[in-house]
Design a binder for this molecule. Structure first.
Ligand code: SAH
Ligand code: SF4
Length: 349
């Protein structure tokens, strides 16, 4: 990538319109360019044949259209695909494509690493490298789709590496391009952002975005939650819940609580009872995620009967509750296993 040129995929339609105006081009050219970039997916300004030739040359002088560089693709037994991309500065990120019978879901990263340091998550244990740009987030969809033209991605979840709200600007910019008429045209209902609970950003998102929200709850008491998720010391449960209370005033549909089940930590019936109580105030969906074991921690996955008993209790109390099937565990593509390959074995206990 030419560092002197602007990555055109980092610009919103409005920003591109302004940039073109400064270059003396008509504002409607921005719409044409968006169509070429996101609908026809061209990689060169020369291919934008409805734009006058001198303008094309001018665009090529100022802007570039980079594509993510695929370093490695692994396919799991259940057809889950893990993609590792190497970015221009050498940082590496991962995306996971989960093919289902009717849907194909893409899980995208928003940061290289994560600074929030949740003690059960390999991405968090590995630490933070940097935020991704808008182009690097939407580029994951473009690259995976180019590899799989026969498998149209129907749903996009921001649940890969990183905390989307710690990179709020690029996350919202990417959602804008994914959902815009001139962009990828995804319905907001098909996009879900998962957060560890950054309260100010959660409040803004509830007010300003129409995409779905998932909150990684993972524990029902502040001491346990802080031990698992240090961010809870800054935004304890009461503050997080107060922010979520706003949800029903602004939106239809329901938030999802993600709850990673860890043996002996948060998997007992007492926890299910407490969760059911909480869900009387917040009629949300619950997604139980059995802990995916990895080399970074000693935490363990609960026994199957504990998971079932937990789920049964919630369902008996009419709480919508699913257990997330683990996808691609053997290729380390499951939740919380991303970013593991760069950790040298000897760095870990
Ligand atoms: N940072 C955001 C989104 C990425 S993490 C967040 O925390 O919500 C996506 C999901 O994976 C979160 O719900 C997180 O709790 C879960 N997760 C992390 N490590 C895990 C592990 N080892 N096993 C199972 N789920 C895990
Ligand atoms: Fe970051 Fe989410 Fe992992 Fe926590 S669970 S370290 S917020 S990616």
């Amino acid at each position: 990538m030419d560092m002197n040129k602007v990555d055109i995929k980092n610009l919103s339609l409005k920003e591109l319109g302004h940039a073109l105006k400064d270059l003396g081009m008509p504002a409607y050219t921005a719409r044409q360019i968006f169509t070429w970039l996101y609908k026809k997916r061209v990689t060169d300004f020369e291919q934008m044949t409805d734009i006058a030739k001198p303008f094309r040359a001018e665009l090529a002088k100022r802007f570039c259209i980079p594509a993510l560089k695929l370093n490695k693709k692994q396919v799991g037994r259940d057809r889950t695909e893990k993609y590792q991309f190497v970015l221009a500065d050498g940082a590496s990120i991962e995306s996971v494509l989960i093919p289902m019978e009717r849907w194909h879901t893409l899980c995208v990263s928003t940061q290289a690493g994560c600074a929030l340091g949740c003690t059960f998550c390999l991405t968090g244990i590995k630490g933070f490298k940097r935020n991704l740009t808008v182009s690097e987030i939407t580029g994951q969809l473009a690259a995976v789709q180019a590899e799989n033209p026969d498998m149209p991605v129907s749903h996009i979840v921001f649940m890969g590496m990183g905390e989307p709200f710690a990179n709020e600007h690029a996350t919202l910019g990417a959602i804008d391009i994914l959902t815009s008429e001139e962009g990828y045209q995804y319905s907001n209902h098909r996009i879900t952002v998962s957060t560890a609970g950054l309260v100010p950003q959660v409040r803004r998102f509830i007010r300003e975005s129409k995409a779905n929200l998932a909150v990684s709850l993972n524990a029902l008491y502040d001491d346990t939650r802080t031990a698992l998720m240090p961010i809870n010391a800054t935004y304890p449960l009461a503050e997080l819940m107060a922010a979520l209370e706003d949800y029903h005033q602004h939106r239809r549909g329901r938030i999802t609580f993600e709850y990673v089940m860890i043996k002996g930590i948060n998997d007992g019936i007492a926890h299910a009872i407490q969760l059911a109580k909480l869900l009387k105030r917040f009629p949300f969906k619950v997604n139980l995620i059995p802990f995916n074991e990895h080399r970074g921690t000693d935490y363990e996955r609960p026994d199957e009967d504990h998971i079932r008993a937990f789920q049964d209790y919630l369902q008996k109390h009419t709480i919508a509750c699913t257990v997330r099937t683990t996808h691609g565990e053997e290729i380390e593509a499951a939740c919380g296993q991303l970013g593991g390959k760069n950790i040298a074995q000897e760095e870990l206990p």
